[in-house]
Design a protein around this ligand. Structure first.
Ligand SMILES: Nc1ncnc2c1ncn2[C@@H]1O[C@H](COP(=O)(O)OP(=O)(O)O)[C@@H](O)[C@H]1O
Ligand SMILES: [Mg+2]
Length: 198
C-alpha cells in the first residue's frame, strides 16, 4: 500500500529457537524472533532488540553496561538504546562457531583468542567462553562476541583460559598453556602454538 510516497510494508514474523541455524534468507522487513535463556531477541534490519524476562532487570543493566564499556573495541555489538528491559544493539550478521567448519574455525582461532585477550586486559569476565558455539561470531568485519548479561568485572579474568578448553578439541595440548597464561597474561605462546599447528 502506498500513500504520498510512504509505503506500508507488512512485517513478517519468523519465530525460531536460538539454536536453529539461521539459514533462512528473509527479506529486509522480516522480524526474526529468537528465544534466548533470559530474553527474546528480535532481529530487524540492522537492529537486534533484546527483551529481557521481567525478573531480569540486573541482567539488562549488565548487558547495557558491558556493551557500552566495549563499544570502542569493535568486538561486541554497538549499543544503541536501553529502555526498561529492552536493549537495542547492533545486529551481528555472520557465522557463529557452531555453523563453522573445523577448518574455518582453526583459521580464525587466533582472532578469537585475541578478542578474548582484549576482554582479559579490560578485566571483563564474559563467562561461558568454553562454550563459544552461539555467541562467538565471525563477520566480514572480524570477530564479534554477543551476550554480556552475565559478565563481571574481575581482577584476574579467565576468558582465554576458558576458551582453551574448547580450543583443545582442535589443537590438542593447548589447554596446558592456560596455567602459564594466567600468571603473565602473555598471549604469544598461545598464538605460536596455534600458528605451528595450522
Ligand atoms: N546483537 C545480536 N545480533 C544478532 N543476533 C543476536 C544478537 N544478540 C542475540 N542474538 C541472537 O539471539 C540469540 C539469543 O541471544 P542471547 O543473548 O544468547 O539471549 P539469552 O542471553 O537470553 O540466552 C543468540 O543466540 C543469537 O542467535
Ligand atoms: Mg545469556
Amino acid at each position: 500500500m502506498c500513500f504520498f510516497g510512504w509505503s506500508i510494508v507488512k512485517l513478517d514474523v519468523v519465530r525460531v529457537q536460538s539454536n536453529t541455524p539461521l539459514t533462512i534468507k528473509p527479506h529486509p522487513f522480516t522480524f526474526i524472533v529468537l528465544r534466548g535463556k533470559h530474553s527474546q531477541v528480535l532481529l530487524l534490519g540492522p537492529f537486534a532488540i533484546k527483551i529481557f524476562k521481567p525478573n531480569m532487570k540486573l541482567n539488562t543493566k549488565k548487558e547495557w553496561y558491558f556493551l557500552r564499556l566495549l563499544q570502542k573495541k569493535g568486538i561486541a555489538p554497538r549499543p544503541y538504546l536501553k529502555v526498561g528491559r529492552f536493549v537495542v544493539m547492533e545486529r551481528i550478521k555472520g557465522t557463529p562457531v557452531r555453523e563453522m567448519s573445523a577448518e574455518i574455525f582453526k583459521q580464525h582461532a587466533v582472532d578469537f583468542v585475541e578478542a578474548l585477550h582484549t576482554l582479559d586486559m579490560m578485566g571483563v569476565q564474559k563467562e561461558e567462553c568454553h562454550r563459544p558455539n552461539r555467541h562467538f561470531i565471525l563477520t566480514q568485519k572480524g570477530i564479534r562476541l554477543i551476550d554480556f548479561e552475565r559478565s563481571k568485572l574481575r581482577k584476574a579474568p579467565s576468558n582465554v583460559t576458558q576458551f582453551l578448553q574448547f580450543l583443545n578439541l582442535h589443537f590438542p595440548g593447548i589447554r596446558k598453556l592456560g596455567k602459564p597464561y594466567k600468571k603473565t597474561y602473555q598471549l604469544a605462546p598461545i598464538v605460536s602454538f596455534i600458528r605451528k599447528a595450522t
